[in-house]
Design a protein around this ligand. Sequence first.
Ligand SMILES: [Zn+2]
Length: 123
Amino acid sequence: MTPLQLEGLKRKLETSQKDLCASLQNLGSIPVKRTPDLTDAADPAGKRDIAMWSLDSNSVRLKLVKQALSRATDGTYGCCLNCDEQISLTRLAALPHAILCVTCPQEEDLGRNLNFPKEAMSV
Ligand SMILES: [Zn+2]
């Protein structure tokens, strides 16, 4: 990976970080309507469920983006956390916060024992 490619990916990560932070702040303002009518309550509950799912998903993604930016700073960005192989530029371009190469997630799906640090996956 050239320094120019790394800079491009860092810019993508920084943009993602800003977008995710903004998205998470917006979710904090979702109104919770109290109503005695259960039919009226169904819709706000559905919106809350979607908001909570989105909050979880965006929180995980934000954590991965922050970790990727940290790895870009310490020089380990782009290395698979499981096998230490270089993650392909194609994969990083599509998923700049990727922590595993294209082979390792497939191994994880099969339930094989991976040896990457547990804190990397505790997101
Ligand atoms: Zn790997």
